[in-house]
Ligand binder design. Structure first.
Ligand SMILES: [Zn+2]
Length: 388
């Protein structure tokens, strides 16, 4: 959730084209505001960032009706503002809003009839007051509440503000600092400055339900990761089958899922005659598989074929090695998919065996696939190869 919030904040762009009006009201950039810090009107784009200072004026309050009925879709309010006025956003198209920890008062009907509103981030302030019908006439909302707030008390206050119980609460930790500790995957852990909890940047539980994946196996962390990220499943609820093979269709599903997770985050919905048609189609559409390449979808995939899919599905190429092709004893420039195989070595995704051999014609084991998947998505797990 925080990652998404950061993305929203980072894409902000505040334009300024200063134009002062009468003594009392100013229009600077997209906002009209008063000298004593009330934002009264908005003329900007669909994503709103309300700053706490604009041309030397400290903004404190969003006035009654300021954003009412506008076609805006998201709002982020900077730390410093203390009040949202009556019906300030009512009837608008907003889907998400971020409320700063300095907010003290959200007045009557502020978000009433925002039918699209789904995510409300509240970054702190245990004492924040809600007026009446603040969220009246809204659908299902997830409230992301700072850990310093009392979850149960918030639940009761929201029930009154919303007028129904069609909402859920998730706890967020707005003030994280990096620690010296690393998680199972080698990524730096963060510690919450407010409640002290130490958490991994990967927001899934360290958990794998498989009887045949022991904690001391070399592939344990990879299976946990690839499973936790939702990219692979077991053969059953309790069996992963680490030594088992994988079909070309299963690998295409993985390639499609990696690309989707790195870009839109969408879930690809299976449809068509075969269970894998939608994934294969997606791979062709995204250019992961070139038009002239075909696979025998139901046969076990080789390591070379998998290198082709896994090298090409990676939307954010990141290289840590420079391996000459001549360093891989069993891969020549005439070997099918030689340059995709090399690409995986250069990214630290593949390492080969002791003498760097890749065994391109061998079938992929599911444990190996889990390792490749993990290293593509989690940069901390990539392997630096000795030079020369
Ligand atoms: Zn916390």
């Amino acid at each position: 959730m925080l990652k998404r919030f950061m993305a929203i904040v980072l894409t902000l762009c505040i334009f300024s084209c200063g134009l002062a009006l009468a003594d009392e009201d100013y229009i600077e950039s997209e906002f009209e505001y008063t000298a004593d810090g009330n934002v009264v009107k908005y003329y900007g784009g669909e994503y709103v960032y309300v700053p706490s200072v604009l041309y030397g004026t400290t903004l404190l309050r969003i006035a009654d009706n300021a954003f009412m009925d506008l076609g805006i879709t998201g709002v982020s309010i900077e730390e410093g503002l203390v009040e949202i006025g009556k019906e300030a956003f009512s009837g608008s198209n907003i889907t998400n809003i971020s409320i700063p920890s300095t907010m003290e008062n959200i007045k009557d009907g502020a978000f009433a009839y925002c039918a699209e509103l789904k995510d409300v981030f509240i970054f702190g302030n245990k004492g924040m007051q809600f007026g009446e019908n603040v969220f009246a006439g809204t659908g299902k909302i997830t409230f992301y509440i700072a850990c310093e707030c009392d979850n149960g008390a918030f639940w009761e206050r929201l029930k009154i503000a919303k007028g129904d119980d069609n909402y859920e609460i998730e706890v967020i930790h707005p003030n994280m600092s990096a620690t010296d500790e690393t998680d199972l995957f080698g990524a730096t852990m963060g510690k919450c400055d407010d409640c002290g909890i130490t958490i991994s940047q990967y927001d899934f539980d360290i958990y794998e339900p498989f009887n045949d994946v022991s904690e001391d196996s070399w592939y344990y962390k990879y299976v946990v990761f690839a499973y936790g990220m939702g990219i692979v499943n077991g053969k059953s609820e309790t069996v992963f089958d680490p030594e088992g093979t994988m079909t070309c269709a299963e690998a295409a599903k993985i390639a499609a899922s990696i690309r989707a997770s790195q870009t839109t985050g969408e879930q690809i919905v299976p449809m068509g005659a075969k269970w894998y048609d939608a994934y294969v189609d997606y791979c062709y559409e995204m250019g992961i598989i070139e038009d002239y390449i075909t696979f025998d979808w139901e046969k076990p995939i080789t390591r070379g074929e998998m290198a082709y899919l896994f090298s090409r599905c990676d939307f954010y190429p990141y290289y840590i090695n420079e391996v000459p092709l001549t360093d891989i004893p069993d891969v020549y420039d005439t070997t099918p998919y030689a340059y995709e195989i090399l690409d995986l070595y250069d990214k630290g995704v593949a390492t080969g065996d002791v003498d760097f051999s890749f065994h391109p014609d061998a079938n992929v084991k599911r444990s190996e696939a889990a390792a490749f998947i993990s290293r593509i998505i989690g940069y901390e797990m990539r392997i630096e190869l000795p030079k020369g």
